[in-house]
Design a binder for this molecule. Structure first.
Ligand code: MSP
Length: 684
């Protein structure tokens, strides 16, 4: 029987629409789930929405809706977005569903029957934003976690004997060092528990929006006990059905709860204590990641500084967002989001990196070997450089896999992209295009070895990167004639598996390059959303959380208004006779490499060129025949205006223009570089 792997995201509050902070957690989990499936694990990936509690009840009131309406609307928005992004969750739990309510009540009964629930009176402060009982003193005292004013609660409540679990919890953290990761979070939790645990109020009686306490429906169950239970109710806990019970037996305990750092206390203290009290097994591990910051603050609805995933998905695609979040941010630490950084990363690593490697390798195999992966040749046509790529790829597989196991996504991707860079260099240094023009046996054998080596390395990077960028890698895999990538057994990945002679599919670019206009489009889409949100805002502006401190902060944050949305940039004045940088950016200049050059019949000045731009090969007709012999141009790097409208010269379509200096009365001189520049690089 195959190994199982059960992974969960936090369930998201439905008082706010999804933003890329929520997407970040879900993408990280999706990546882990996809990788586990490729490794052969029977994987179960759970996500969902947290829909009860005072905060949601009030959000509904503020929006003039009943809670059922609001929760259904926002929960559907989360689910629709996850679907649109192709996230492969196996179940989506809503805490307002019957199956969940039944399960929470079953858990309550079990804890109560084991003697860990008693009735008492709670008098103290409550933070509705964090849905947390806090130690603040006096009406309106600021919440030690978020700085917002707390409310005084004086209620007869049910209490959970949390104090009885301090020693057991400390033992758990000590004996199972990887129960809480990273280490910094574990240390925070340990000192919190060491400072003493007081019993926890686990019911409320002054509002109704929650799961009724069994046998005492005047009370609703504390929203965090309700929410945390989703991890077991979704897989069948509390269900009378045999199939559900078997499912629970099969998947529980969870292998991984992935959370943001601000909810560590709930997951690492309360949740294991509830499970211990119920006599249920504990999750195997909890991993807390950092925050996504925008304009230096935690991205959140209350601060009004959110970026929506839809915008990025529309303009650059899902893979771009996934890759950026996992490559740019060191998992566990806070990281900043900016559109500039997103596009820069996209172009450098995806368009010019993996995308360019795929298109140039596959295009050359198509051109020189009729689209069939060539046989690497005999010893005579081998050089140490070929072996070095194979060795590097073997190391990359081992290192990348180990880093993924530790959820070090950024370093794992860095390792895989080290191979992309090495193969790029290998191709440039070995000039397969020059060999392709020769007809002798040795050149052909050498060309076969170079292209086989490049394609095999490409296959390996593609397999390693698949969990992170599933769409593009699935396309590259299919273009390589390898079928469905998600069925590939990742644990068996090694150098030399590329089937010789396999026929490639049609070659298409997977990551078209993005330019400045992509940034402007995304910024303006978000600005429009923000102004719409400000115009329709119903929620009061709230105080920002102290960045980087998480929920164990003891200092209250000063109450300041949320920063206004960034003003849209006014167009800078451009003096007469000048053009703005935006005008210049409209001209797309790229480095190309001449693959073929020949004279145009009946035209003394014209040459017909085929120029490789990395993602495609263009026909360009250029008036340079009097200055350059065609055979001297093959292999030469040139600069092409790639977004010029096509035009016909002597019946031949010219798709772009070659850039040359044209001295008065002299012959044209082609623009070139003293240093080596990769094919496809943009000039700006
Ligand atoms: N409903 C609770 C969780 C209950 S789990 C039993 C909750 N919801 S939340 O919607 O406020 O946030 C949930 C999670 O969304 C965070 O823990 C984090 O994983 C993710 N994020 C929300 N904003 C984020 C950032 N700005 N940055 C990174 N992650 C973010 O807390």
């Amino acid at each position: 029987m195959s190994r199982k792997f059960y992974i969960t995201t936090p369930i998201y509050y439905v008082n706010a629409r999804p933003h890329i902070g929520h997407a970040y957690t879900t993408i990280a989990c999706d990546t882990i789930a996809r990788r586990q499936r490729m490794l052969g694990a029977d994987t179960f990936f759970l996500t969902g929405t947290d829909e009860h509690g005072q905060k949601i009840e009030r959000a509904a009131q503020a929006a003039g809706k009943n809670p059922e309406e609001l929760t259904t609307e926002v929960s559907s928005a989360f689910r629709a977005l996850w679907d649109r992004m192709g996230l492969t969750y196996d179940d989506f739990i809503r805490t307002t569903s019957e199956r969940h309510k039944r399960g929470v009540q079953a858990l309550w009964r079990r804890i109560r029957d084991n003697g860990y629930i008693y009735k008492g009176t709670y008098t103290g402060q409550y933070c509705v934003f964090d849905e947390l009982y806090v130690d603040a003193v006096g009406p309106g005292a600021p919440c030690p976690e978020c700085g917002r004013p707390t409310e005084t609660v004086h209620e007869e409540n049910y209490f959970f004997k949390l104090s009885a679990f301090a020693d057991k919890l400390l033992r758990l953290y000590t004996e199972q060092a990887d129960f809480i990761r990273p280490e910094t979070r574990r240390n925070e939790v340990m000192s919190f528990v060491r400072s003493g645990l007081r019993d926890l109020s686990i019911s409320r009686s002054t509002f109704k929006w929650g799961v009724p306490v069994p046998d005492d429906p005047k009370h609703v169950i504390y929203v965090w006990l309700d929410a945390l239970s989703n991890y077991i109710t979704a897989i069948g806990y509390g269900s009378p059905e045999k199939a559900d019970q078997q499912k629970f037996e099969k998947y529980w305990p969870a292998d991984l709860h992935m959370i943001g750092k601000e909810i560590v206390r709930f997951h690492c203290v309360y949740w294991p204590a509830f499970l211990m009290a119920a006599g249920l097994p504990l999750p195997k591990g909890i991993v807390a990641h950092g925050w996504l910051l925008f304009e230096e603050n935690k991205m959140s609805k209350s601060r009004g500084n959110i970026v929506r995933a839809e915008t990025i998905v529309d303009v650059l695609g899902v893979d771009a967002l996934r890759y950026f979040l996992l490559r740019e941010i060191v998992f566990g630490q806070d990281g900043s989001f900016s559109f500039d950084a997103l596009v820069q990363r996209y172009n450098a690593d995806l368009a010019n990196g993996l995308g360019n490697l795929a298109s140039r390798t596959l295009t050359m195999i198509t051109r020189y070997f009729r689209g069939e992966v060539p046989y690497p040749s005999s010893q005579a046509a081998r050089t140490p450089a070929d072996g070095a790529i194979a060795e590097l790829a073997t190391r990359a597989i081992a290192e990348c896999s180990a880093l993924f196991e530790q959820y070090q996504f950024s370093r794992a991707l860095e390792t895989a992209w080290g191979l992309v860079a090495a193969v790029d260099k290998y191709i440039v240094e070995n000039e397969p295009w020059a060999l392709g023009e020769k007809q002798d046996q040795h050149s052909l054998a050498r060309l076969a070895t170079i292209l086989y080596t490049s394609a095999e390395a490409l296959r390996i990077v593609t397999a390693l990167a698949h969990p992170v960028i599933p769409d593009a890698t699935a396309k590259i895999w299919a273009q390589m004639g390898l079928g469905e990538i998600k069925k590939f057994p990742l644990a068996e990945l090694k150098w030399g598996q590329l089937p010789l002679g396999i026929k490639l599919g049609s070659v298409q670019a997977v990551f078209p390059r993005a330019d400045k206009s992509a940034i402007e489009r995304m910024q303006s889409m978000e600005e429009q959303q923000r102004s719409a949100a400000v115009a329709g805002a119903t929620e009061a502006q709230a105080a920002p959380k102290p960045a980087g401190t998480g929920q164990f902060a003891t200092q209250a944050a000063p109450t300041t208004a949320a920063p206004p949305a960034a003003p849209s940039k006014a167009a800078a004045a451009v003096p007469d006779g000048k053009i703005s940088i935006d005008d210049f950016a409209k001209v797309e200049l790229r480095v190309g490499q001449v693959k073929l050059a020949e004279r145009v019949k009946g035209a003394d000045k014209l040459l017909r060129l085929e120029v490789d731009l990395g993602t495609e090969v263009r026909q360009v007709v250029a008036g340079i025949a009097e200055a350059y012999a065609p055979e001297l141009l093959v292999g030469r790097k040139v600069v092409i205006v790639v977004n010029l409208a096509p035009r016909k010269l002597r019946g031949l379509e010219s798709n772009g223009m070659i850039v040359a200096a044209s001295p008065d009365g002299g012959k044209p001189v082609l623009c070139g570089f003293l240093e080596d520049v990769p094919v496809g690089t943009r000039l700006k």
